[in-house]
Design a protein around this ligand. Structure first.
Ligand code: PMP
Length: 305
């Protein structure tokens, strides 16, 4: 990914993509304390706009706060940086990756004495779990890896180090021929995908794990709450067992990268009709209307670049 034309925002400057480098002795590279975001810009009916920029930037700063990192940029500067990166790279729709990390002044577990840095990159990125996955649904495997306990790593931080758990789960599932992993919490209840929140539908009611199961407080998850309300559908946050997913009528993953992706199978057990269910389809279609600027009610969620 490093050998491309384009610009990356680094510590307040636009630098050439190929020159956006850090030193090998950077603290975050060794000990994993860093925070990031995944954000999308859509080519909406009113031009290119970033979806829920404020919420993503707030979560980035909250992740840094949880990790005791003092980011030397304001929310406004980080928002402006994200808009500028989309503009500079002339992207109509894209994925954005802001990251904050600890510098290279000193090593040792304590990061004290190091500077804190920030960057934003953006590139075109289509359907994370495949176009086919969005239509037909994906095949998921319950992971042999447990999701982080809420008091081991901080699960409300989108922390770099949390993703070694996601990587292990995703690699295990995809090596076994599945599309994605589903992780259970340390008590055995459903938590989330390697990079997605999960929802199930049973008898017309939508269920999703409450955040005590160690799932990230997804911004797409929150968008689904609004959509369900608009559609007159009830959403219940509760503990969910893996067998409740097996016998659900429908299931789907949500995430900035994954958007709304139906789940058609868990552990080789077909869920409902074994393809995208009718409620999932309605929610997915409402989601794409919102992100593409076709629902004026949510116009304030789209920041023009
Ligand atoms: N859980 C995890 C572990 C994730 O990485 C993501 C993607 N950020 C999500 C859930 C979904 O969050 P969001 O909808 O804010 O992208």
């Amino acid at each position: 990914m490093s050998d491309r034309d384009g610009k990356i925002w680094m510590d307040g400057q636009m630098v050439d993509w190929r020159d956006a480098k850090i030193h090998v002795l950077s603290h975050t590279l060794h000990y994993g304390c860093g925070a990031f975001e995944g954000v999308r810009a859509y080519n909406t009916v009113n031009g290119t706009a970033i979806f829920r920029l404020r919420e993503h930037t707030e979560r980035l700063l909250n992740s840094a706060k949880i990790l005791r990192m003092k980011v030397p940029f304001s929310i406004e500067q980080l928002e402006e940086a994200q808009k500028a990166v989309v503009r500079e790279n002339k992207l109509e729709s894209c994925y954005l990756r802001p990251l904050v990390w600890i510098g290279d002044q000193k090593l040792g577990v304590s990061p004290k004495g190091n500077t804190i840095h920030a960057m934003v990159a953006a590139w075109a990125w289509g359907a994370y779990l495949g176009e086919e996955g969005l239509k037909r649904g994906i095949r998921v495997k319950t992971s042999s890896y447990t999701r982080h306990h809420v008091n081991i790593t901080m699960t409300q931080a989108k922390a770099v180090s949390n993703y070694s758990n996601s990587i292990l789960a995703n690699m295990e599932a995809t090596d076994d021929g599945y599309d994605e992993a589903l992780l259970l919490d340390s008590a055995g209840f459903v938590s989330e995908g390697a990079g997605e929140n999960i929802f199930v539908v049973k008898n017309g009611v939508i269920y999703t794990p409450d955040l005590s199961a160690g799932a990230l407080n997804g911004i797409t998850r929150n968008t689904i709450f609004h959509i369900a309300k608009d559609l007159g559908l009830e959403i219940v946050q509760k503990r969910i067992t893996r067998d409740e997913v097996y016998i659900a009528d429908e299931a789907f993953f949500t995430g900035t990268a994954a958007e709304v992706t139906p789940i058609r199978e868990l552990d080789r057990i077909e869920i409902g009709i074994g393809s995208r269910g009718p409620i999932t389809e309605k929610i997915q279609s409402a989601f794409f209307d919102i992100v593409n600027g076709r629902n004026p009610k949510y116009a304030e969620w789209l920041t023009p670049v």
